[in-house]
Design a protein around this ligand. Structure first.
Ligand SMILES: CC(C)(COP(=O)(O)OP(=O)(O)OC[C@H]1O[C@@H](n2cnc3c(N)ncnc32)[C@H](O)[C@@H]1OP(=O)(O)O)[C@@H](O)C(=O)NCCC(=O)NCCS
Length: 287
């Protein structure tokens, strides 16, 4: 999965760590508020924190727009508990002074949107000590389901053993609650790449890549279909902007039209590109 490198919310910028961030993050990690719900070894040093921030990809430092303050850290990593599934795990904390202001809801909301809109990840997981009421409330608010507890799972730096709760959010749960809209970035998988033959209509060769949004069920009970314009090579997966919706007056489903970021098409150009299939329906292109 391509980890996000920069995300923005109303009040925050989530960006890749810089060398100078380590001191602020160390200060946060040394707070009992954070330490009591983590298994960070002691003592922590600036070098160790630099190692954490610059180690694996997917590290995001949370900074506040208002004053540039580094307020916390989010880690977007691989979920090693799952097997042969595109599974992402989240780790997160912020400084005590910034808690209970909705910052982490805002930050993770954007991270989750990125993961399910801009990658094909199937599930996001997170873990929290059973005692961690804040984290449990946060994950529940974000729509995560509680899967169960790993009993006697972790020894913290105070010598205390904790049970660990497992949480997860499935792609289809998120996309059903927050379906992408015109202008959003969307990831699709291709079942009919450009140049392939239509399964039911021999001789009909796809002149564009045609695929579906995994996990987003359309009114016909199948995953939402989408055309890709502006790419003339066969694709297996594509992430691009939802530039148009083809509304079919005589069918239950709509078709989506995606294009690479920054590429524009007129209604006429879209109509022409999808004519091979849409000619059989009474349609309107909505942009
Ligand atoms: C867990 C943590 C990231 C939450 O961040 P936050 O920015 O304070 O959370 P938000 O303000 O967005 O609040 C999210 C929800 O959790 C609730 N919440 C926050 N702190 C809480 C607490 N101490 N007890 C109970 N509920 C709490 C909020 O009320 C809110 O729910 P609501 O809108 O329904 O009222 C933060 O408390 C933290 O960093 N804790 C220490 C480190 C840690 O535990 N990291 C996670 C390890 S799994």
């Amino acid at each position: 999965m391509a980890a996000p490198v920069r995300l923005e919310t109303e009040r925050l910028v989530l960006r890749q760590p810089e060398k100078a961030d380590a001191a602020a993050v160390l200060e946060i990690l040394e707070q009992e508020f954070v330490r009591k719900y983590n298994c960070l070894g002691a003592p922590l040093t600036i070098e160790k924190v630099e190692g954490i921030l610059n180690g694996q990809p997917g590290q995001l430092v949370l900074t506040r727009k208002e004053d540039g303050a580094v307020i916390g850290h989010v880690r977007v990593g691989m979920d090693d508990l799952r097997y042969k599934v595109e599974a992402v795990s989240l780790g997160f904390y912020l400084g005590e002074a910034y808690a209970r202001k909705g910052y982490m809801t805002e930050a993770l909301g954007q991270v989750i949107k990125y993961i399910f809109y801009e990658t094909s990840a199937e599930v996001i997981s997170a873990r929290a000590f059973v005692e961690n009421a804040a984290s449990i409330a946060l994950l529940t608010k974000l729509g995560f389901a509680r899967e169960g507890a790993l009993r006697r799972a972790l020894l913290d730096s105070y010598g205390q053993v904790h049970d660990d709760l497992m949480f997860s959010l499935l792609r289809e749960e998120y996309l059903t609650a927050y379906p992408p809209r015109l202008g959003d970035t969307v990831t699709i998988k291709m079942d009919r790449p450009i140049g392939t033959e239509h399964p039911k209509h021999p001789g009909l060769i796809y002149p564009v890549n045609y695929g579906y949004v995994p996990g987003l069920i359309a009114p016909d009970g199948e995953e939402q279909d989408a055309y890709v314009l502006g790419v003339d090579v066969p694709l297996t997966e594509f992430t691009g902007r939802l530039i148009a919706i083809i509304h079919r007056f005589d069918d239950v489903e709509e078709k989506w039209v995606l294009a690479p970021e920054g590429m524009t098409f007129t209604k006429e150009e879209i109509r022409e590109a999808v004519h091979f299939q849409e000619q059989y329906y009474h349609t309107e292109i909505r942009m």
